[in-house]
Design a protein around this ligand. Structure first.
Ligand code: HMG
Length: 389
């Protein structure tokens, strides 16, 4: 039985800051941001948007009556959870009015949480072939104003339906994964911004890629030449580019050309949105599918997931007949093009307006309400969400 991703959708805030403008304000060379880091724009979430609203906005595009009838689990991978106890999956379950006879759980392991959810969904469908699973990977990457990590912030969600006989892409049973406890990036529970050992984290990302890629090739008797495209966890696009370079030394010249071109296609959304942690790899997959019209059914796509701390996994998927019918490229292009650019002071004001995990009551400014689902307030430490008409 084939198991994989039947449909995929994204959501990201309707506000962004231009990184050339930000570089100038910070006194940095804009080329460092756009070439050295490889980022052009950065999504900025207003305080009415969090992982629940973005996750619900993405997932609502996928929950058809057939999916609603077959859903067995709702899994949310995130490291920007809104509560230390109650899972974001339950808030989203309520907002989407999903049936009560499901499991709803949140998973955490830094940026790897989305892949953990996807693999758990895959295994569940193997045991329950008539069921589907809603997988959501949503995050807000926050490092702080004028920090080294600022240029690698971002916000967004990717939702996927995992089921048997998927219409988009299979998840092949070829995974290689590795876990080792290291301190390259973390966020203490009392902080709303992450701590990164920046250079060390990039070295570890590459070392983990090399390790799982070498083992993957050995165990599966596959090389880069067997891949039509490769997608990577993208904390920023230059990071994935460096990992791709590690996969290419022994590849045929046409493979190098193909994988580099398709890598560029896979980075288009990240360049405009930034790091969305758990969702970044899947945003890269969506970007590749939306921007490369030459891909064909039967093509093998590689996926490299990395979550600091750290867990990494390399696996592949095979594109299915008619896969392009499932794509919404024009909708995504419009969504990004219609975003409102913020000045740097406006971005800084939104960043500091109401920081996550502040227990004080507040009501987000309705001027920033966008999308179907919004956070309308935190009152008595309870989060209040609303579905807008
Ligand atoms: P930095 O120290 O500001 O930057 O931090 P840099 O000095 O290392 O420069 C970055 C690149 O720009 C370099 O290129 C420079 O040469 C180049 P490279 O040598 O790497 O190829 N550069 C220029 N290029 C053109 N024109 C110029 C120019 N100047 C410099 N004028 C860093 C960069 C990424 C470390 C920082 O932004 C950071 O700490 N970010 C957060 C951590 C991070 O993203 N780590 C990535 C790996 S860990 C991961 O992926 C997991 C994560 O997603 C979290 C999770 O799992 O939950 C982060």
């Amino acid at each position: 039985m084939k198991i994989g991703i039947d449909a995929i959708a994204m959501d990201t805030p309707d506000f962004y800051v231009d990184l050339v403008t930000l570089a100038k304000v910070r006194g940095d060379d804009p080329d460092k941001y756009t070439i050295g880091i490889g980022q052009d724009e950065q999504a900025v979430p207003p305080s009415s948007q969090d992982i629940v609203t973005m996750g619900a906005n993405a997932a609502s595009q996928l929950v058809t009556p057939a999916i609603r009838a077959s859903i067995g689990m709702v899994l949310v991978g995130t490291e920007s959870g809104v509560d230390a106890s109650k899972s974001a999956a339950l808030f989203i379950h309520q907002l989407l009015d999903l049936p009560e006879w499901v499991r709803a759980v949140e998973l955490k392991e830094a940026c790897y949480g989305g892949t953990a959810a996807l693999m758990m969904a895959r295994d569940y469908v193997a045991g329950h072939p008539d069921k589907s699973v809603l997988v959501i990977a949503a995050d807000i990457a926050r490092y702080g104003l004028a920090t080294a990590g600022e240029v690698t912030q971002g916000a967004g969600a990717v939702a996927m339906i995992v089921k048997a006989e998927p219409r988009l892409i299979t998840i092949e049973p070829d995974s290689v994964y590795r876990s080792t406890s290291i301190n390259d990036f973390w966020r203490p529970i009392y902080q709303d911004t992450a701590i990164a050992q920046g250079k060390y984290s990039t070295e570890q990302y590459l070392a983990f890629f090399q390790a799982v890629w070498d083992r993957y090739q050995e165990e599966n008797k596959l090389t880069a030449d067997n891949f039509a495209g490769m997608t990577f966890h993208l904390p920023y696009t230059k990071m994935g580019k460096k990992a791709l370079d590690l996969a290419l030394p022994k590849a045929e010249p046409q493979t190098v050309k193909r994988l580099k071109e398709r890598f560029d296609a896979s980075t288009r959304y990240c360049r405009r949105i930034g790091n969305i942690y758990t969702g970044s790899l899947y945003l890269g997959l969506l970007s590749l599918l939306d921007h490369d019209a030459t891909l064909q059914a039967g093509d093998r796509i590689g996926l490299f997931s990395y979550g600091s701390g750290a867990v990494a996994e390399f696996f592949s998927g095979i594109l299915q007949p008619g896969f392009s019918d499932q794509l919404q490229s024009a909708v995504h292009a419009r969504q990004l093009d219609e975003r409102q650019q913020l000045t740097v002071p406006a971005y800084e004001a939104l960043f500091s307006d109401k920081v996550p995990y502040d227990p004080e009551d507040y009501r987000p400014d309705p001027a920033y309400f966008r999308g179907q689902f919004v956070l309308t307030g935190v009152v008595g430490q309870e989060r209040l969400y609303e579905k807008r008409p």
